[in-house]
Ligand binder design. Structure first.
Ligand code: CAA
Length: 258
């Protein structure tokens, strides 16, 4: 599939997905979602980390495309919401870490995209928020739920109700972004985090992601059972033998992802 609204670039084991409609501040319309869906599906086993960012120098993603939504019906809105949910859920389902490089405005659906990633880093010029109530709607791509789980109900409600646009430093203070870095160092920072992850056993990283994601929705007892299963299953892997043998032999592990 040829892409018009996104770019997917491979840099060794790291893929970079750039939402690239800078004239509309990378707003997410249906066509963009379909391209993102295709790009996510197209990732092969040799991709071991995915960085998501925005094209141009102003925005990560400034939200769902308001021009596309202005006249849609409730039924179409439900469909559009389901499409966004599907794409962000598929980021969560990927067995590799996903990293949001928030390089500018991350508003509405843009913040929801970042929230669908495992790790969120922001440039000093990033501005984040959920302005949907200013448009007479609420977030429709998981923002009400993922933000609440990340920063707690009270902070989430504050952002949802006020539509405040917060800067990167404040976003870090409330636990919404992990780190704030100078704009020209953001991609380097995200690649460096990915590189640290890539040194580790890929099956173990995938299990860690899986048990955190599935466990977060469950009671502690069930979630800990998931962890026990994930732990046990890794003992059927060559990577576990290699990782532990390498430790005992005082050499770096050569993981195969098997
Ligand atoms: N949808 C469609 N177009 C958008 C857009 C969006 N979300 N955000 C920006 N654009 C377009 C603008 O219409 C403008 O287009 P034209 O040049 O053709 O007029 C272009 O991008 C540049 O934007 P501005 O001129 O507004 O740039 P600015 O620097 O003055 O302001 C901004 C930047 C504060 C981010 C402002 O563009 C803005 O407030 N954007 C909308 C943010 C928003 O409300 N997002 C939530 C959308 S709703 C949503 O996401 C719902 C959901 O969860 C499903």
């Amino acid at each position: 599939m040829a892409y018009e609204n996104i770019r997917l670039e491979k840099d060794g084991p790291i893929a970079v997905l750039t939402v690239d409609r800078p004239k509309a501040l990378n707003a997410l319309n249906s066509a963009t979602f379909h391209e993102m869906d295709d790009a996510i599906r197209s990732l092969k086993d040799d991709t071991r980390a995915l960085i998501v960012t925005g094209g141009g120098d102003k925005a990560f993603v400034a939200g769902a495309d308001i021009a596309e939504m202005v006249t849609i019906t409730a039924a179409q809105a439900r469909e559009f919401s389901a499409l966004g949910h599907h794409v962000f859920q598929s980021l969560e389902n990927l067995p590799i870490p996903t990293i949001a490089a928030v390089n500018g405005f991350a508003l509405g659906g843009g913040l929801e995209l970042a929230l669908g990633c495992d790790l969120i880093y922001a440039s000093e010029k990033a501005k984040l928020g959920l302005p949907e109530v200013t448009l007479g709607v609420i977030p429709g791509f998981g923002g009400t739920q993922r933000l609440t789980r990340l920063v707690g109900r009270s902070r989430a409600k504050e952002l949802l109700f006020t539509a405040d646009r917060i800067d990167a430093a404040r976003a870090k203070e409330i636990g919404l972004v992990l780190d704030v870095v100078p704009a020209d160092k953001l991609m380097e920072h995200c690649r460096a985090v990915a590189a640290r992850i890539l040194k580790n056993g890929p099956l173990a990283v995938a299990q860690a992601k899986r048990v955190v994601e599935y466990g977060a929705d469950q009671d502690l007892r069930s979630a800990n059972e998931l962890e026990r299963q994930g732990f046990a299953v890794l003992f059927g892997s060559e990577d576990q033998r290699e990782g532990m043998a390498a430790f005992l032999a005082k050499r770096p592990a050569a993981f195969q992802g098997k």
